[in-house]
Design a binder for this molecule. Structure first.
Ligand code: PEP
Ligand code: MN
Length: 450
């Protein structure tokens, strides 16, 4: 294989390789990994640098208080779920949530999926024990298999190629759905069709869709039918966890000579890999994509300021998003100091709430779950803190699916602990189902308006 100048230049800048990297798989065959990386380096980019710049501009509006981020999707995507049906259902849920937020809160909504690349999971324990058998933990379809067998749990670098292809076909379908007519605002009822009768949130949505319809009809009668209503701008994001993969998809932008991770428009660094002097932050510092960092309850204001210094030295709104995931019982206590000190430093970051990851617990049945009320309470706490400080609650980052799963308890169409076993399908953390997602969107719209 010939190495072109660009890939040499990317490799020279892969300084993260000299630093410790948490949560990386231990591949049994280093040579096989090197071959896969070399192959991935030849693959076409999944997104273009210009699109990443566009999202950075949208995120700048979020950071300045002029727009709201809706970021959502599976905790872990799986290769088996790369089907038109699953992808459409997820997209439909996000489009419905987007319509609710845009209309009910009267704010432009930046839509970003946890999609087309969310295949890698950081884990709190390296092994899992069932019935006296201990095996390596499942780390996402990009690393090993979900099945509880010794063979499935061996990390296989070939899976990185499958991750690329699964991401490519997902993104292709997402682009078709969002620009090919399906996301036309005049379809606002169609997104709800299979849902409305059975669910209180579906009925509430139908009412809002009728109002949107009236507004569209009114505009049309006035002689205006804007192009903006026909397509939706939608971006892809995932956790930049497997640095071999992210690095292999990093390319030099021919326009500017700068590096972009072309595996997604936006990537984030998770709570378990944000060690300041380690590889993930080093990697993030080198790429021009908009970057998110998850901030858990132990984050200090000094750490937040260090991230800004390192990842956003130019103080460029839109570059850096803090995705706060502290837990409903901690956010009101811990967030204010962070927001105050960051604001006082003069930096304009986007503040986003992830109300899922600080509120996970194990039900008596053994299912990992979350209470809808805790999720809601963390969002409320997030809004309260920003209101008190006069800063902008920039958005929500949620784990959701378009399917009628029973993974989180509560919601308007209430799921009880005893229901969890019925449709518990997640490969990792519990997700809001479609009805709970819509409930959340309505409630967030109310908070935003107040
Ligand atoms: C996640 O987003 O699935 C995740 C693992 O989050 P965090 O890094 O915030 O724990
Ligand atoms: Mn998760």
């Amino acid at each position: 294989m010939t190495v072109n100048a660009d890939s040499r230049s990317v490799a020279a800048q892969a300084t993260w390789r000299n630093l410790p990297a948490a949560q990386q798989p231990e591949y049994p065959d280093a040579e096989a990994l090197r071959d896969v990386i070399a192959e991935l380096e030849t693959y076409p980019p999944l997104v273009f640098a210009g699109e990443c710049d566009q999202l950075r501009a949208r995120m700048a509006a979020v950071a300045r208080g002029e727009a709201f981020l809706l970021q959502g999707g599976d905790c872990a995507e799986s290769f088996d779920a790369v089907s038109a049906e699953h992808i459409r259902a997820k997209l439909k849920t996000l489009l419905q949530m987007g319509a609710v937020l845009t209309y009910a809160a009267s704010v432009p909504v930046v839509k970003v999926g946890r999609i087309a690349g969310q295949y890698s999971k950081p884990r709190s324990k390296p092994t899992e024990t069932r019935d006296g058998v201990t095996l390596p933990t499942y780390r996402g379809d990009s690393v090993n298999g979900f099945d509880f067998t010794e063979a499935a749990r061996v990390p296989d670098p070939e899976r990185l190629k499958r991750m690329y292809h699964a991401s490519a076909s997902t993104l292709n379908l997402v682009r078709a759905f969002t620009t090919g007519g399906y996301a036309d605002l005049r379809q606002v009822h169609a997104w709800n069709q299979d849902f409305v009768k059975s669910s209180p949130s579906g009925q509430r949505y139908e009412q809002l869709a009728r109002e949107i319809d009236n507004a569209l009809n009114f505009m049309r009668a006035c002689g205006t039918d804007p192009e903006e209503f026909k397509t939706v701008e939608f971006f892809a994001s995932h956790e930049a966890l497997l640095l071999d993969y992210e690095s292999a998809l990093t390319r030099v932008d021919s326009r500017t000579g700068q590096l972009y991770d072309t595996s997604a428009h936006m990537v984030w660094i998770g709570e378990r890999t944000r060690q300041f002097d380690h590889a993930h932050i080093e990697f993030a510092a080198k790429i021009r994509n908009p970057i998110g960092i998850k901030l858990g309850p132990t984050t200090t204001a000094e750490e937040a300021l260090q991230y800004i210094e390192r990842l956003d030295p130019e103080r460029e709104p839109g570059r850096l998003t803090f995705i706060v995931r502290m837990g409903a019982d901690k956010i009101r206590d811990r967030l204010p100091e962070l927001v105050e000190k960051v604001t006082a430093s003069g930096a304009t970051v986007a503040w986003v709430t992830d109300p899922m990851h600080g509120n996970t617990f194990e039900a008596a049945s053994g299912h990992k779950t979350r209470r809808f009320d805790d999720v809601l309470d963390e969002v409320k706490g997030f809004f309260e803190v920003h209101k008190a400080l006069g800063t902008h609650p920039g958005g929500i980052h949620v784990e959701l699916t378009g399917d009628d799963v029973t993974e989180c308890v509560g919601g308007g169409d209430e799921i009880f602990v005893d229901d969890l076993h019925q449709r518990y399908e997640t490969a990792c953390d519990p997700r809001l189902n479609r009805s709970q997602s819509l409930d959340l969107a309505f409630l967030v719209a109310e908070m935003y308006r107040d």
